[in-house]
Design a protein around this ligand. Sequence first.
Ligand code: CMP
Length: 142
Amino acid sequence: MSEVERTFIMLKPSCLERGLVGEVISRFERKGLKIVQVKFLKMTRRMAEELYSIHRGKDFYEKLVRTLENKRVVAMILEGRKAILVARKIIGATDPVNAEPGTIRGDLAIDLTENLIHASDSLESYLREYKIFFKDEELETL
Ligand code: CMP
């Protein structure tokens, strides 16, 4: 069975505001993950609520949704061997305080809500999350 899979990545507004888009994307490319599709877009409240639906009801939920609402993000699909796991290792722990040096959050972030980047944590999450941002026909091999 092929180990090649896809993952969904979203560069959060803080990543764009701080001018770190190129730096972050280059870390994935240097590792060997391929960009299948990438787009800039403005998040609606509804998209933010869908993306973070599993956190609805938690104390940080409203703050999290507000950091995305009406803000520009970069959404992308990466592909490669065990891409979901590999991307999360490159990104580092959710709380940048705990993220190892050498990871994106470990090197470039300190705030928990504004932790620069979101990545799918499982195949199930990927299949739910990418559909919020992309149509299947956009992801056909070009
Ligand atoms: P992300 O990987 O996008 O997934 C959920 C986000 O919730 C997480 O990154 C953080 O930005 C944010 N968040 C804020 N507070 C917490 C918390 N206490 N635990 C986990 N995630 C949190």
